[in-house]
Structure formats: C-alpha cells, structure tokens
Design a protein around this ligand. Structure first.
Ligand SMILES: Cc1cc2nc3c(=O)[nH]c(=O)nc-3n(C[C@H](O)[C@H](O)[C@H](O)COP(=O)(O)OP(=O)(O)OC[C@H]3O[C@@H](n4cnc5c(N)ncnc54)[C@H](O)[C@@H]3O)c2cc1C
Length: 436
C-alpha cells in the first residue's frame, strides 16, 4: 500500500515507522526544512532548546512510555520533578493544592475553608453540577484555590475566558486531588500530586528532538522536507498531493497537519464545514531561550499565575534536565508566552519580548544580573494549544465527519484537534496502525 502522511511531527514520524514495519510504502511530506514539528530542538552557542516549548517524557500509558524510553536507550536521564508555583514571591509546591501549607496564613485559610464549604455544598446538592470550565474549577477546588491560582493561571495560558471554555477535557489533564491530600497539605504533611509525572525522562543529548530522530531512524529516507502540501485531489481511489510543483500519488492519505491547513488544500469544502473549522480555536506560543552564565534555581519548571509579573505563564530550566544542554559553567531558561492573533504578545517584536522577560526574571530574582544572560533567542509556533471553547464539540464533529467522508484519516494533536501530549500522539498512531 502506498501511503502518504502529511506532516513529519512526532505523529507523522511514528505512523511512518509503524506502517513501514507493516510493509507499507510510506512517504512523509513536511513543510519545514527539518522534521519533528513541535518536538524539534535547536542547538546554538552550546545550548540546546526545545523550540515548541519545554518538553518532558512521561505517561500513564506503560506501553507508550516504554516505547519512548526504549528508543532513547542510553541517551536518557530520569529526573525527579521539582516544580513550583511562583506565588506572591514564594515558591509553592506544585500542584498548588499539595503546597497549601506554604501559603500565607490568610490565603491558606481562604483555600481550605472554601474547599470544605464546597464539599459540603456538593454533598447537600446545594451546588449545581458545573457546565463550563470556570464552574468546574470552583466545583472541584472551591473559591479559594480557584481565585488564587486556578483561574489566573488558566486565563494566562489559554488566553480565553474560562467561563467560555468547555470542561469535557479536564479528566486526567488537570490534577484532581483526593480530599485527604488537600487536608494533609494544609496542615503541612507532605503529599504528592499528579504522580505519573513526578519522575520524568529527558534525552541526555539533543533535546526532545533526539527521541523523534530515533523513531525516524528506519524511515528517514521516506521523509520529504520542504514540501508544503497545498492541494489534495481525490480521484476515484487515487489521491494526488501537490505542493504546486511536485505531485505525489498515494493510495492512502493520513493527515497529521492542523485541520486549518488541511482544509486549505481541499477543493469543494462545503461552507458549513469551512465555518466550523474557522470556529475551532487555538493559541500560539513564543518561546524565549536564555543562556545563563552560572547557575539557575534547582527547579524543573515553574508556573507563574500573576499577571503583574509578566506575560509568561511558565518558566523551565532545561539545564536541570540534562547537563549536556548548556556549556560548562552555564545553565539555561526557557520561558513560554502563549498568545492569540491580535493580542499584545502577538504584536511584540522579539527584542522587546526578550527585554520584557529578562527584566521580569531579574525582578523575580531568578537571574542574578542581566549581564549573566549570554544568549537569547525567540521562536514562535502558530499552533500550540487547542482551546476547548463551548462550541468545540459541535464544530469538531462537523469537520471530522467531512474528512472521514472523503477518506482522509486524521491523527495527531492538531489533525484531531485534541489536547494530545506526546504519549497521546504515539498512542493514537499505534491504534491507527493496528486498526488497518
Ligand atoms: C508548549 C508545549 C509544551 C509541551 N510539552 C509537552 C511535554 O512536556 N510532554 C509531552 O508529552 N507533550 C508536550 N507537548 C505536546 C507535544 O508537543 C505534541 O503532542 C506533539 O509534538 C504533537 O505532534 P504532532 O506530530 O501531532 O503535531 P506537530 O508537531 O504540530 O506536527 C505537524 C507537522 O505538520 C507540518 N505541516 C503543517 N502544515 C503542513 C503542510 N501544509 N504541508 C506539510 N507539512 C505541514 C508542520 O510543519 C509540523 O511538522 C507540548 C506542547 C506544547 C505546545
């Protein structure tokens, strides 16, 4: 079977390998000069940064976790998560509800009393079940944790009002603490949350792209980079993919590229499908890479809910994941700013973004002096996070039904338009290959 795969991110590469193992003749078509998509890494001035934001390897799915760790073999390091929330100048243990005893006393009281009041109200059926993400946060954590952390943080990352977001996706993605753990944490007994991520793997050398490279090894020659699919014609049982100059024929087509990009390649898409696709929401990301002379705090990554501190929502410290991603005597910081077209961050020049971040990190005392910054760069990714708004389920169903009807299979984060982490992409690629 001649199979064409659109997009050579982690999903496209994994699918290509699995289908190749099944005997397919596979071609992977990729727009960029290199493959890996959001899982690419760049090396410059002795530093290695993950260009799609800081990536770590973890999963609840044992088979997928083994696959990811096995392909890396000896090029991997296990790290114990040491993640914090920067709150009123304090470093609170992550998840927030596991670090309650570190809060100022008034805030601790607010969180725990509202948590208990909410539990009682739910028990007495005085609180209606939630119907959107904002209500889910209140219903699950109470007003204290909601107002002090969950709502400000989620508004910062999604760039979308939480009351206009759906809640169907939260299970398994947002840590949901047992009541006992919240009480323990409030009185200072150590607890761990989100435990399947408390130990994570990271490549020793090459950044997260090292994993994609290992997966790609048996099919590397089948990847055609610099090929922007611009038209897909389906004629009887033949599929012709073109970039405007070269035509690639295939018997089967799997798309791992964003739905918005795929639909642009197709003729005759009905208006209602185009409209539904336009209504699917996502945000973009600017990743700011800083090389630092000397050391950084011994933290894996840090969430920053407070708007006043800066535009960024997360700060990671990749040189704490592997000693090989920064030159000797140096360390590294990766700062993430999500944005949507037309907002403040989307309009900022790279130089202004770097200045904004460096100023903020020195105010937060994460870097000692600005002179310690020996390297800086910014990379942007248009498609970073799927936003699950209240219309999402209706719109995605219309687009998926149309693609299925014309025989295009969709696998991957922006092809399925789902909040899939690397493990989810690999799982869906495995399931797809098995289903054939
Ligand atoms: C900030 C951030 C942090 C993350 N951290 C983690 C983490 O710690 N752990 C984890 O497990 N997951 C993490 N993820 C998720 C992970 O990055 C994704 O699940 C995964 O990379 C998605 O792979 P994909 O192949 O489905 O999509 P993509 O990587 O988006 O690949 C799609 C490919 O299609 C190509 N393409 C687009 N249009 C065309 C066209 N017209 N023609 C040809 N090619 C085209 C693109 O160039 C790209 O290479 C994170 C994601 C983000 C945004």
């Amino acid at each position: 079977m001649k199979t064409a795969i659109l997009g050579a991110g982690l999903t496209g590469i994994t699918l290509a390998r699995l289908l190749h193992e099944k005997g397919d003749e596979v071609t992977v078509l990729e727009r960029e000069p290199g493959y890996g998509g959001l899982c690419r890494s760049m090396m410059e001035s002795g530093f290695t940064f993950d260009i799609g934001g800081s990536h770590i390897i973890f999963s609840r799915d044992a088979q997928v976790l083994d696959f990811m760790r096995d392909v890396l073999g000896r090029n991997s390091k296990q790290n114990k998560r040491n993640t914090k929330i920067f709150y009123k100048g304090l470093l609170i243990k992550y998840p927030f509800e596991n670090g309650l005893d570190q809060l100022p006393k008034d805030d601790l009281y607010f969180c725990i009393s509202e948590f208990i009041k909410t539990l009682i109200a739910v028990e007495k059926l005085e609180l209606s079940p939630p119907s959107n993400f904002c209500e889910w946060i209140h219903y699950t954590f109470g007003k204290g944790i909601a107002d002090l952390y969950m709502i400000p943080y989620n508004e910062k990352i999604w760039k979308y009002p939480v009351e206009k977001m759906s809640m169907h996706w939260v299970d398994g993605r947002i840590p949901r603490p047992p009541v006992e753990d919240v009480i323990r944490s409030a009185i200072g007994i150590e607890t761990e949350g989100y435990t399947h991520q408390s130990v994570f793997t990271y490549p020793l050398k090459g950044g997260i792209e090292a994993m994609v490279r290992e997966i790609a090894e048996p099919i590397e020659e089948s990847i055609k980079t610099g090929f922007t699919a611009s038209s897909v014609r389906i004629e009887d049982r033949n599929i012709i993919i073109s970039d405007g100059s070269t035509e690639i024929p295939a018997e089967r087509l799997i798309s791992t590229i964003p739905l918005q990009e795929l639909l642009q390649c197709l003729d005759g898409v009905p208006k209602n499908v185009k409209r539904a696709c336009r209504e699917l929401k996502y945000n973009s990301i600017a990743c700011i890479f800083l090389g630092i002379k000397g050391s950084v705090p011994d933290i894996s990554w840090m969430y920053v809910p407070e708007k006043e501190l800066g535009l960024f929502n997360r700060i990671s410290f990749p040189s704490n994941y592997s000693p090989h991603v920064a030159p000797s005597g140096h360390s590294s910081i990766l700062v993430e700013i999500t944005y949507r077209e037309g907002d403040k961050a989307s309009a900022m020049q790279d130089r202004d973004i770097i200045d904004h971040v460096v100023d903020a990190l020195s105010n937060m005392k994460i870097i000692k002096t600005k002179d310690d910054v020996v390297y800086s760069a910014v990379m942007r990714q248009k498609y970073a996070y799927v936003i699950y708004d209240l219309e999402y389920q209706k719109n995605i169903a219309i687009v998926k039904e149309y693609c299925a009807g014309i025989g295009i299979s969709l696998v991957g984060r922006f092809a399925e338009f789902e909040y899939l982490n690397m493990d989810g992409c690999i799982r869906n690629a495995m399931n797809f290959a098995e289903s054939l």
